[in-house]
Design a protein around this ligand. Structure first.
Ligand SMILES: Nc1ncnc2c1ncn2[C@@H]1O[C@H](COP(=O)(O)OP(=O)(O)OP(=O)(O)O)[C@@H](O)[C@H]1O
Length: 295
């Protein structure tokens, strides 16, 4: 029998009064995958994550985590979560909170390894209210990992971390993925999704608008970029395949769905095209194309 998925969301709809945050969303994540839920502000990522964790009953649809109903899966210790507004008890020390939480699991992550894996060695004697935003996020990660859960669900886990903290965090996530854990994380950080996730699910307006490896999302959607330098931009927007004209000063960047046709037309009208480069689209371009531009 095939293994049950880590996360199985079917027809999920979440409404808050008159706002539909998630619209008939279906998503299956296999065990061992590292998946980024990528989308602009208000896309419905947190609503999806919170409904998936059973934090509220969705308007419609079903969710199973590790083949079980969400609350049962969470209670069994199968799921570690790090939420956007996750809190820590005040007037306690980090080490106390961590030991308390770890003590609730039959088979917790060995404490010394948990502390080094999450980089909180120096924080154990700190009071929780004295932590910086990034330190707090690391402690929350340690709490999420305390039960050595096979599935980790993280909502913008690095939003308060500095660059170094982010690198350390993602190195931890990669080592977890190598050990067979499933990691699902919501993010706006395109570079992180590109570098860390083996699958990128782009959400916009509460719907999945793309789903694949970062390379597939990039190649399937945004086409290519043709760059060169020139002083006269007349007619560039009308060339075949061109969907946008960008760049600044003499540097021209043409987004195109058909690089060959664009180049042929460009070269037909010019003797030379200085500094010519043709590149695959970045995940950022794909993201902007998919989600209708910047907001
Ligand atoms: N408790 C709530 N009550 C009313 N509307 C809400 C509530 N939570 C979210 N929304 C709305 O639902 C939509 C989706 O919000 P959600 O927080 O799921 O998006 P998100 O992709 O996680 O955004 P962000 O990246 O900004 O965290 C938004 O329009 C938001 O304003």
């Amino acid at each position: 029998m095939p293994e049950t998925p880590a996360l199985d969301v079917r027809g999920l709809t979440v409404r808050y009064g008159g706002t539909t945050a998630v619209h008939d969303l279906t998503l299956t994540i296999a065990r061992g995958e590292t998946v980024a839920l990528l989308g602009p502000n208000g896309a419905g990522k947190s609503s999806t994550v919170n409904a998936a964790l059973g934090l509220f009953r969705p308007t419609a649809g079903t969710v199973e985590l590790l083949g079980r109903e969400p609350l049962a899966a969470v209670r069994s210790g199968g799921v570690g979560a790090m939420l956007q507004h996750g809190g820590l008890p005040s007037e306690s020390r980090v080490g106390e909170v961590l030991r308390l939480v770890a003590g609730r699991y039959a088979d917790p992550w060995p404490m010394a390894d948990l502390v080094t894996t999450t980089g909180i060695e120096g924080l154990l004697d700190r009071r929780t209210e004295q932590l910086s935003g990034g330190q707090r996020q690391r402690v929350l990660l340690a709490l999420a990992l305390a039960g050595a859960p096979p599935l980790l669900v993280l909502d913008e886990p690095t939003s308060a971390m500095d660059v170094e903290g982010r690198h350390a965090f993602w190195a931890t996530m990669r080592s977890l993925a190598d050990r067979g854990h499933t990691v699902v994380f919501a993010t706006h950080h395109l570079a992180e999704a590109d570098a860390v996730a083996d699958r990128v699910v782009v959400v916009d307006g509460g719907r999945v608008v793309a789903d694949g490896t970062a390379a597939q999302v990039k190649s399937g959607i945004a086409g290519r970029t043709v760059r060169f330098t020139c002083t006269d931009r007349t007619g560039l927007a009308d060339l075949p395949g061109v969907t946008a004209v960008g760049g600044s000063g003499e540097l021209v960047e043409l987004a195109t769905t058909d690089a060959e046709a664009t180049l042929r037309a460009l070269l037909a009208g010019r003797d030379r095209l200085p500094d010519l480069e043709v590149r695959g689209a970045s995940l950022e371009q794909a993201f902007l194309t998919l989600t209708g531009g910047t907001r």
